[in-house]
Design a protein. Structure first.
Length: 449
């Protein structure tokens, strides 16, 4: 079989085998850390916290941390504070001249940006650690704390441990990137999402066929699996989709031989922004959801009705923000002017289009046309979990029908497989697929995690 032969070839390459085993080892350390409870907290009295994290915003946070959030683990805050800090620094690179200058300084500037990102991560962790401990005091009974939550020393040490746990997770991600295979931060997020899949799948199975109150039966469960397959396939097409622009390079003379023009292609991603628009939009939508969470349901407030997680206006606003952010992020990551200048400098041109301003307008027009369907499909994928919940799918299992989780799973898996395939092809082995090379987020779009 092709799969068995590929595994044998991977095992023959000592460097690739070492990188894969190193990656698996670091991921195992992270998963074990998600079960290490904060000192001074009784792990048997966290039922109310686990109930709180089964749906809504808390459910998303728990999914991205692989269940560490609901376990009151030392790594409960996960890697998301580092992602948030990276997004802030990335945005500062657009508007602040100091960060723009650092981006142009090469390796030294990159190191300085990483240092600033780490400092900002620590600041975010302190605030999030305090918020986590405040929520913990509201959800966990007082007898669960060995010294009492009002103990100042206990609060400070717990926040320090939470911050240190997240920084340790960030360090694991960087070691995976350096010594392992794939992007370490992305793999840590992905492994946390996958860790919640068995629990969610079992909960959905029980709700359909495995309990006295089951509804829908095996037929409905089979329909759900088929729909999930098509959503997964569509997401792969979204990640891999490109529009290729032909570029003709001018004639050149090498020695005494004259070579004609060489035609190459510029691959423009249908979804060049990746998952970033969803992350930006979700961060904004967390604000009204949090406000609505403090409003009693029986108060008759229109705010609570509008900004519920499955409400029409919430999802409509969420989708519009994603479309807008997709155009915004594509505009700052794809620079048609720079692309046109590079082509002109290398003696290249687009057939039928004049170099210079006309080339810039042509590339910009192509990007606008392919970004529209990409952004609409991205928005649809983001709100699919809501439709799944409305159809009766279990809240935790519905998150795998779309949203950030599905895009992260698809993008990270494709990128990791692409790196493995590169190692195989570099040593003259067959790739992972007979039909062609695997295309991930690289090779036309920026890494987004």
């Amino acid at each position: 079989m092709k799969l068995i032969e590929t595994i044998r070839n991977i095992w023959k390459i000592e460097d690739l085998k070492s990188r894969i085993l190193t990656t698996l080892g670091f991921l195992l350390v992270y998963r074990l850390g998600s079960f290490v409870v904060l000192p001074g907290i009784d792990p048997t009295k966290l039922e109310q916290l686990k109930t709180q994290t089964q749906q809504g915003v808390m459910g998303l946070l728990d999914m991205f941390s692989g269940g560490a959030f609901s376990n009151a683990s030392v790594v409960a805050l996960g890697i998301m504070p580092y992602i948030s800090a990276s997004i802030v620094v990335q945005l500062l690179g657009i508007a602040v001249p100091y960060f723009q200058r650092l981006q142009r300084e090469g390796e030294s500037g990159h190191r300085k940006i990483n240092q600033i990102t780490r400092y900002l991560t620590v600041v975010i962790l302190i605030f999030q650690g305090f918020a986590y401990m405040t929520n913990l005091s509201a959800q966990v009974p007082p007898e669960a704390f060995a010294v009492g939550l009002n103990n100042t020393f206990f609060k400070i040490t717990s926040i320090v441990i939470l911050a240190a746990g997240s920084m340790f997770v960030m360090w694991l991600g960087e070691r995976i990137t350096d010594k392992g295979i794939g992007n370490g931060i992305s793999l840590i997020i992905m492994i946390g999402i996958i860790a919640r899949l068995p629990h969610s799948a079992v909960a959905e199975f029980v709700s359909r066929v495995g309990s006295e109150t089951a509804n829908g039966g095996p037929v409905m469960l089979l329909i759900e699996v088929v729909i999930l397959f098509f959503v997964f396939a569509g997401t792969i097409l979204l990640v891999q989709g490109t529009r290729r622009i032909p570029v003709q390079y001018a004639k050149r003379i090498v020695g005494n031989k004259q070579y004609g023009g060489v035609r190459q292609y510029i691959p423009l991603k249908v979804n060049a922004a990746g998952v970033m628009p969803i992350i930006f939009a979700q961060a904004i939508m967390f604000i009204p959801i949090t406000i609505a969470g403090f409003i009693e349901e029986d108060s008759g407030s229109s705010l609570a009705a509008i900004f519920t997680f499955t409400g029409f206006w919430y999802n409509f606003t969420f989708a519009l923000l994603i479309i807008a952010f997709t155009y915004f992020y594509t505009a700052i990551t794809i620079n048609p002017t720079q692309m046109a200048e590079d082509m002109k400098r290398n003696g290249g041109f687009i057939p039928g289009v004049k170099p210079g301003k006309k080339t810039v307008e042509f590339i910009d027009s192509i990007m606008s046309k392919i970004t529209l369907p990409g952004s609409v499909f991205l928005a649809l994928v983001a709100i699919l979990p809501t439709f799944a919940m409305m159809a009766g799918v279990d809240n935790s299992f519905a998150q795998f029908y779309g949203g950030t989780s599905l895009l992260i799973l698809v993008g990270v898996v494709l990128d990791t497989l692409q790196q493995i395939e590169s190692h195989l092809l570099m040593r003259h082995y067959d790739g992972l697929m007979k039909t062609g090379r695997i295309k991930g987020r690289t090779g036309g779009g920026p890494a987004v995690y």
